[in-house]
Write a protein that binds this ligand. Sequence first.
Ligand SMILES: [Fe+2]
Length: 202
Amino acid sequence: MYELPPLRYALNALEPYISERTVDIHYHRHHQGYLDKLNNFLNSVNYDYRYSLEELINHIDEFPINIRGQILYNAGGVLNHNLYWNSIGPGNKNIPVGTIKEAIDKEFGSFENFKEEFMKQAGLVVGSGWTFLVINGEGKLEIINTSNQETPYLYGLKPIMALDLWEHAYYLDYQNRRDQYISNFFQIVDFDMINKLYEKEK
Ligand SMILES: [Fe+2]
């Protein structure tokens, strides 16, 4: 069975930007919910858990066609949330450092430009979806949006930073003020973690 990585911080560590209640429900019910459904679908076909979650996405054609959509949706939900919790954290790590700083400056001109572009893309998400910073096939950084629980791995892209724009991510704290949730994401974004992932994946 696949398992959730433990949260790296306390449930209240993201306050005041994201409340303890939101993190609790988001991690223990929504994230866990995608995982449980994924395991159930996979167990229903006696899957042997030979693949990592990323590999599972690329081997989806090995599964019965009538459950592929559910596997992709729930595996995407798990992967996207794993990355979301990794992308944020306490401790004021919200300024890019190291290799990722160089790459952001090179691709976007400056961190300020990058931030503006990321927030602009996030503002364009309609319905439930995500904004990601990804490494594309040419090894360059790109900001993309996906719908529902679509994962960038589906398109051969390696996501290194994720912003959850489903209402469950912010509604208790922000109600309709999604723009404020998006800009506060940049208060708690964790570029130490994003840099580590970038150095591993690039
Ligand atoms: Fe979510």
